[in-house]
Write a protein that binds this ligand. Sequence first.
Ligand SMILES: Cc1ncc(COP(=O)(O)O)c(C=O)c1O
Length: 463
Amino acid sequence: MVANWTTYRELLLPGLTGRRAVESALRHAVRDGRLKPGTRLPSSRDLAGQLGVARGTVTAAYAQLVGEGYLVAKRGSGTTVAATWPGTPDEEPERARRWRIDLRPGLPALNAFPREEWLQAQKSALRDLPVEELGYPDPAGFRALREELADYLGRVRAVAARPADVVVVNGAAEGMSLLGRVLRERGHRGIAVEDPSHAGVADMFASHGLAVHPIPVDDKGLRVDALAAADCRAVLVTAAHQFPLGVVLHPERRRALLAWARARDGVVIEDDYDAEHRYDRPALGAMQALAPAHVVYQGSASKVLAPALRLGWLVLPPALRDTVVEHKRLDDLGCGTLHQAAFARLLRTGGYDRHLRRTRQLYRARRDALLDELARVLPAWTPIGVAAGLHVVLRMPAGVDDVAVQARLAARGVHAPALANYTRRPAFPGLVVGYAALTPDRLRQAVHDLHAAAPPGPRGAPR
Ligand SMILES: Cc1ncc(COP(=O)(O)O)c(C=O)c1O
């Protein structure tokens, strides 16, 4: 009668007596597909007999579910499961196709996440947490974490921050969203972003009503001279390691950018998303300390630990700090304290630094393996940018269609986005290749897939 179930008693679990229980069991059976759309249900008398409940119980449950839209009652044809019912969940969208080799940028090595240290940090943080901290959090962030972050950022990134300047957010993504709103509220009509850049960032600012002005990037980073033509007083810049090109903002450009901001009471959002991962030399310190009144420093644990933590931070100029905190309060009353307390503990005990030392070595070896094999197999494709981060852009010879290369790779089960996905005006064709999550062997294998997907001849590889 019902697929895989011999009786409704079995389907709806034995022991159902009350109307609510019958109703709930039926609702669940419809929702999870055990009762398919169009299935004709037994008469109320029959089902009541099968379940050993009063007929009125079933009639009432049917009526309730007809009212809710799960069932349809038609005179003469009994009660059936509706073809579509409220909130029919589509199959949960497949979040990501399973690629044979996934070279998308953005993820650290998730299997290197320091689970043991995080567990210890969570345990001891919870054990020591004063009971009053289990109440509503400070919307600016857990005090102990803001202290640790001010210290860490000063030490590692030369950021000038007092704990009071730090605001903890759910990832840099929330930080940017809060800033978008605050800038709009302060009368900003637009914001400049690097071109190429992360497409999501421009969309997010646009969603807050800001006009987005793409500014070209060359081998010295953002073309600060081109900002003059943009009708705006705010800019987002990935100075330490431009995303995605991987170049560093030249010291002269840094000076020019800060002068631009000072001259128009502007705001520079310094997105320091992966600066701790520099392999050839210590990264330049953040710009923020050179103009704390004009620079918002933005950081995140996503590239060091894992995006799943949703832990990010802003260091704000005094003029913006209170408004940002007020918006954060209005949004969600602040980030959860337990996570923040664990992260504070990880920072205080040196666990974050230890993890960074390990991953820096790991990623450096991975990057080297990728680039060594590339130089051997596909010498016409050149890595650009500095030795840093979790990804590298491979520049292809002029005339190569990078979108077509991406498609040929996809057909082989390899995902590596074309540079064209990050800009409307590509200066050259390229692929953006994330290497942090793959072993050297897999990366060498990936290079052979790149070779197979490259156009023949001088534009690709010698064949
Ligand atoms: C340029 C850039 N900034 C910031 C982030 C970090 O975002 P979040 O902290 O929300 O994970 C990313 C992650 O993809 C990024 O690519």
